[in-house]
Design a protein around this ligand. Structure first.
Ligand code: OAD
Length: 284
């Protein structure tokens, strides 16, 4: 399986990699589904919808502030560096790689990936909360943690024991407008420009790689089907089989951080990038 995959990779002019939470799992970021998944302990309808934000913005902010705190203590892993190393290698050869990620931790950027499409936004971004909790204007990055004193020392949300955070103690902009996390929630549309970029990349690739995603949340889950339908080879890297496995020519089961460097033939580059990051030379 590895040799045919590497032959397809060697022949590809445009590679698209779609990543999900499994790619950040080895960094210590919880996934959403599975035994330890976030949605086992937390109800997405109470924490990750515009309606939830309108009902209880303090609870929603507590959830996202906690996730920022977790991410701030974690680092990119070998899977992130392997994708960044492959992108650089392909670029040097006059080929290209487009990375579409559902992850909101921004670890791909931190690892050095450049052509990144963030489908679900980022926990490091904020934007003004408009009518019905929807985004009112563009997002911007704000890495302060906590974002404001009202969010300090809260930990994971516990609706039953912790008192609600009053709205005036939540993040506001300089005009006094309430801010919300710059992520895409359930019951929200993806940014049309972001979706268009992902569609265009998917429709023009000759190798589509899906890594660490359960392939159940649309539209991301549909990209492998679109790529396959227009003739691209499809490869999957995941701990287990998913809904997408059936349409893959190549399916590798195991940890992304172990599989990707070897499959991409970039082990030496990954070790170098990891060492640089550990020494503080590359974002880390
Ligand atoms: P999930 O939590 O649904 O799936 C994670 C996938 O990663 C599973 O298929 C695991 O088998 C796999 N996995 C776990 N650890 C791995 C590892 N070390 N190496 C390789 N694979 C591993 O996460 P996503 O598919 O990213 O959306 O979820 C998609 C969307 O659903 C998220 O972006 C989020 C969530 O609700 C929103 O919040 C809008």
């Amino acid at each position: 399986m590895l040799a045919p995959f590497q032959a397809a990779l060697a022949a590809a002019k445009h590679v698209v990699v779609l990543t999900g939470a499994g790619v950040s799992a080895e960094s210590g970021i919880p996934t959403f589904r599975g035994a330890q998944g976030l949605w086992r302990s937390f109800d997405p309808m109470e924490l990750a919808t515009p309606q939830a934000f309108v009902r209880n913005p303090g609870l929603v902010w507590e959830f996202y502030s906690w996730r920022r705190e977790v991410a701030a203590a974690c680092r990119p892993n070998r899977a992130h560096y392997a994708i960044a190393a492959l992108e650089r290698q392909l670029r040097q050869q006059g080929r290209r790689l487009t990375l579409i990620t559902q992850n909101v931790d921004r670890f791909h950027h931190q690892a050095g990936s450049q052509a990144v499409i963030e489908l679900h936004g980022s926990i490091w971004d904020v934007c003004v909360a408009g009518r019905g909790g929807r985004k009112a204007g563009p997002c911007w990055e704000d890495r302060r943690q906590p974002l404001c004193p009202g969010l300090a020392g809260r930990g994971a949300p516990d609706a039953h024991s912790a008192p609600d955070i009053p709205e005036q103690d939540l993040p506001h902009d300089e005009h006094g407008r309430l801010l919300r996390p710059g992520v895409v929630w359930f019951n929200e549309q993806l940014d049309p420009a972001v979706l268009e970029a992902a569609d265009v990349a998917t429709a023009s690739c000759d190798l589509f790689i899906t890594a660490g995603t359960s392939a159940v949340v649309y539209p991301a889950a549909g990209f492998a089907h679109i790529a396959a339908a227009q003739g691209a080879a499809v490869a999957e890297f995941n701990l287990e089989a998913t809904d997408a496995t059936g349409l893959c020519q190549f399916a590798f089961q195991g940890k992304a951080g172990e599989l990707l460097p070897a499959a991409f033939g970039v082990e030496a580059e990954v070790e170098q990038l990891m060492a640089q990051a550990a020494a503080g030379g590359q974002g880390g």
